[in-house]
Write a protein that binds this ligand. Sequence first.
Ligand code: SF4
Length: 250
Amino acid sequence: MKAKDYRSDLDPVWCSGCGDFGVLKGLTQALADLEIAPERLAVVSGIGCSSRLPGYTRSYSFNTLHGRALPIASGLKLARPDMTTVVVGGDGDGFSIGLGHLPHAIRRNVDITYAVLDNGLYGLTKGQASPTTPRDVKRRQHMAGEADEPLNPLMIVLSSGCGFVARTHAGNLPHVREMLRLAIAYRGFAFVQVLAACVTFQAPGYANELFARTAMLPADHDPGDFMRAVEMARSDQFMLGVIYRKDASP
Ligand code: SF4
């Protein structure tokens, strides 16, 4: 099957230029690479702009409650271990109201892939600051600048014992495809942070500044080295690639 065969008949209602398009494309390409049968695929989300994504896939798609995609996907996978299960959602959905579910999904190590489309704001509700909004960023919604320190999602998942941790950027489609392919193929809970642009509510130039802060992991990076992974997760640059990986049993 080809990537287009994993698309539903629905046309995305995302704003033109939204980073979520790249993730939808990269995900369908990864699914085609892995030759996953659509009738053996479940794509689950919470609420938000990026949480519309399951409906655009040819799968058993499930748009659940705000922040509740992980426990629902975990139950689905436990009941139907034959289903490849992918969870998608935004940083507000996953790192605010849904954050309490993340360490528990990780410690249960259910074999699901969790891709967070992280644009550093709540897009669906018009651009409020999210847990990953960088400090001092000024937008129409908070003109004085964001006062709080952002969460570091990679540190949260690493410290919770996640066996597969990767980061990519929605503007780099081949890399999105590769990271999602590796995550879905990984046997255990896999986490992928996808840095994405919100062209409507981010300040002009923010997307370019974000992209300029990204860098590929060094060629000699050993994803089995936990302390090195922590170092990469704490870098001032957004390091892209498989930051940490260990063998896991579902
Ligand atoms: Fe994408 Fe932002 Fe538009 Fe939502 S508001 S669809 S995140 S560009």
